[in-house]
Design a protein around this ligand. Structure first.
Ligand SMILES: C[S@@+](CC[C@H](N)C(=O)[O-])C[C@H]1O[C@@H](n2cnc3c(N)ncnc32)[C@H](O)[C@@H]1O
Length: 216
């Protein structure tokens, strides 16, 4: 999978879309709905590692009733997603340029109604499981931010990461639902929105794994 070439003029281009993202997202901790101009009962969905923004823009367009926050740590990739959202004029999609390792600085207890992790870096070659976004230390952080009964929706092409993640979800007390090792040929495909990486893997004939892990 080729890496994206670094974009030029990132600060100036981010500035042009400044109503789409937050320079100091930690200031919104505990009041994201208010900060984004939404009512207190609006569900908040968070995507971590959103890439160039295909999934988050399509999800936000399909779910105008939801406040969708997308987080990405790479500056060029964030810019691509922010510009896409800006072009589409989506009123319910906002971005954080930041690292999931610091997520507890951005969200308060019970603030999130759903989390999406799509094709997170597998860290298999370097054998660094602690860096995986489904490692138990991350899941424990997510649990604090998530409402009871809410879920983490996880998709990957990678069998090793998938098996690891199922174990970590169970270890952290999540119930595994809607588990499939071939999403595109399953009953869940009809509501599925494909991400950039998902489409590339599907084009190569690689089956997509998916689980919805529900917090008990
Ligand atoms: C393999 S790409 C998948 C992109 C997109 N979700 C998709 O499915 O097309 C993983 C993305 O997650 C981002 N990422 C990885 N670790 C992250 C972290 N700790 N915090 C925020 N973003 C992260 C990477 O920069 C990259 O854009």
């Amino acid at each position: 999978m080729t890496r994206m070439r670094a974009k030029r003029n990132i600060p100036a281009r981010m500035e042009r879309c400044k109503e789409r993202w937050f320079d100091e997202p930690m200031l919104n901790k505990g009041h994201w709905r208010q900060a984004c101009g939404f009512a207190e009962d609006v569900p908040v969905w968070l995507e971590i590692g959103c890439g160039k923004g295909k999934f988050c823009t399509e999800m936000a367009a399909a779910h105008p009733e939801v406040l969708y926050i997308a987080m990405e740590r790479d500056a060029s990739v964030t810019l691509a997603a922010v510009e896409k959202a800006h072009e589409m004029e989506l009123p319910n999609l906002f971005f954080i340029r930041g690292d999931a390792g610091l997520i507890e600085n951005y969200f308060d207890e019970d603030e999130i109604d759903r989390i999406y992790l799509n094709f997170s870096d597998p860290w298999t070659r370097q054998n660094k499981p602690k860096r995986r976004l489904t490692y138990r230390a991350f899941l424990d952080k997510y649990k604090v931010m998530m409402k009871k009964g809410s879920s983490v929706c996880f998709k990957t092409d990678n069998d090793e990461l998938f098996d690891f993640s199922l174990g970590e979800f169970e270890e952290c007390g999540f119930a595994l639902t809607e588990v499939t090792r071939d999403l595109h040929n399953s009953e869940y495909e009809k509501d599925n929105i494909r991400t950039e990486f998902e489409q590339k893997f599907a084009d190569q004939g690689i089956p997509i794994k998916r689980v919805v892990a529900v917090m008990q």
